[in-house]
Design a binder for this molecule. Sequence first.
Ligand code: PRP
Ligand code: URA
Length: 213
Amino acid sequence: MKAYDNVVIFHHPLIQHKIAILRDEKTSMKEFRELIEEITTLMTYEAMKDGVPTVTKTVKTPLETCQQQVVADNAIAIVPILRAGLGMVNGVHTLFPAARVGHIGMYRDEETLEPKEYYCKLPDGIENKFVILLDPMLATGGSACDAIDLLKKHGCKNIRFMAIIGAPEGIAKVAETHPDVKVYVSTLDRELNENGYILPGLGDAGDRLFGTK
Ligand code: PRP
Ligand code: URA
């Protein structure tokens, strides 16, 4: 796959180890949910090492007073793409407990694979926030591109997108359609099958998170 300036693919051994368990068809729903959260926390730590809005705070230690950078109040919004993105929210909240959460509902039409929006509720002032958009699966890229379009229509200017598994087609589509959005993917898979599923992938992330078929 072509390299894109706005795409980071993690090759971290801890993340890869957890992805191996996540892929396994025998992994239980409980363990799957926990792994999605844990991987998201590891990704967030790495992905947010620059660009997060910070302010200087004065702190009095037992010895003296110092200036310390802290994450700015009310500066971050987490936006999961429903349903599967919901599974990643706690993983980001572990590191940014005060982040507000917006929701974008999208499902893929099974025939056309085109995303359909069915819900959108975003926090007040989202246009001035640092937005972390979440979806574990980046397949054709249609859902991610439409969700980013929607965020931009609401005035968002600072968007990062995190996916756990990405197909080359989806990564290329998001990277080229939205060059201003930084995309983080934990692992790059081989291709999509004729039904738009990622290979080798992990199956349907929403179904495995929520126990549906
Ligand atoms: C899955 C997944 C993404 C989308 C990715 O959602 O969670 O949102 O497909 O595919 P794309 O890159 O080709 O758009 P799905 O439509 O199955 O909805 P669900 O999360 O409610 O199961
Ligand atoms: N959505 C999923 O949940 N899995 C895929 O492989 C593709 C889209």
